[in-house]
Design a protein around this ligand. Structure first.
Ligand code: SF4
Length: 265
């Protein structure tokens, strides 16, 4: 993997998620290269070959945080903070060290077990939380859509270790893949180790986007019978399929008394 310096840009950026004002992406691009990833639509490099890093992430972040009150910063919006290059470059760890030193907390989303390396820092940051994202209930299908990402087993093991270390945990089931994601099965696997489970639908912007093109080519190869239905469901929040999924999730929530946050609307 080639790792190059990015053009100068802000490190601390506004966050669209509830409860977070700012986010940091220590990497630009993501080696995991999931076929459905919305960030593929603004990729600056071919993520299978090259990703980018900030030249002086700590010096610059220190300046940008200067007048900010301590608060929780989100990490994992447009790239995985624990993708393989983090083992070498430690950009994420450097950010956490600075945030911890300044009294900030963090909310991390990853698909990697490498996050457990930083439990020492996370413990110093009260109110921090770490989540893993999971879409598929079994490995064979997962590898078709997320071939460069760690297995579910690795992600669930990481959740377990984090929870046992006293860190708040969550699972993000995103995106729900129509007729492929078995929600009951995924929920059953992650529930014992997740304080909260968020569920988001598959949501494609247009047929021209890179993530739809990449997803469609996998569907055509492995699930050709589903492509036509995906063309209707993935672009419409009002499709009856999503109404059924919402209902199903409400039933699961009632039956299992889970802290389920359903974001299928
Ligand atoms: S791990 Fe997350 S950011 Fe990286 S490619 Fe997959 S969905 Fe995108």
């Amino acid at each position: 993997m080639k790792v190059s310096k990015c053009s100068p840009r802000k490190i601390l950026n506004p966050c669209i998620l509830e409860a977070h004002n700012y986010q940091v992406d220590p990497y630009i691009g993501c080696e995991h290269y999931c076929s459905y990833c919305y960030a593929l639509n603004k990729a600056e490099t071919d993520w299978e070959k090259e990703i980018l890093i900030h030249e002086d992430i700590i010096g610059q972040l220190y300046q940008e945080m200067n007048s900010l009150e301590p608060q929780s910063i989100y990490m994992g919006m447009n790239s995985d903070p624990y993708q393989p290059s983090e083992k070498t470059f430690k950009q994420t760890r450097k950010v956490l060290e600075l945030l911890a030193e300044r009294g900030f907390s963090v909310c991390i989303l990853t698909k990697s077990g490498l996050v457990t390396r930083d439990i020492d820092l996370l413990r110093k940051m009260p109110d921090s939380s770490v989540g893993v994202s999971i879409t598929f209930q079994e490995e064979r299908t997962r590898q078709m859509f997320e071939k460069n990402a760690p297995s579910n087993r690795v992600r669930i093991e990481a959740l377990k270790e984090l929870k046992n270390s006293g860190i708040a945990t969550y699972t993000l089931i995103c995106p729900v893949m129509p007729f492929i994601t078995n929600l009951e099965s995924v929920i059953e696997q992650v529930a014992p180790f997740s304080d909260t489970i968020w569920v988001y639908r598959l949501n494609m912007e247009s047929e021209e986007t890179a993530n739809w093109q990449s997803l469609q080519s996998i569907l055509n190869k492995h699930f050709p019978e589903l492509t036509e239905q995906y063309q209707k469901i993935a672009f419409s929040r009002n499709h009856p399929f999503w109404k059924e999924i919402r209902q199903k999730l409400k039933e699961i929530q009632k039956k299992k008394c889970l802290n389920l946050r359903i974001r299928i609307e």
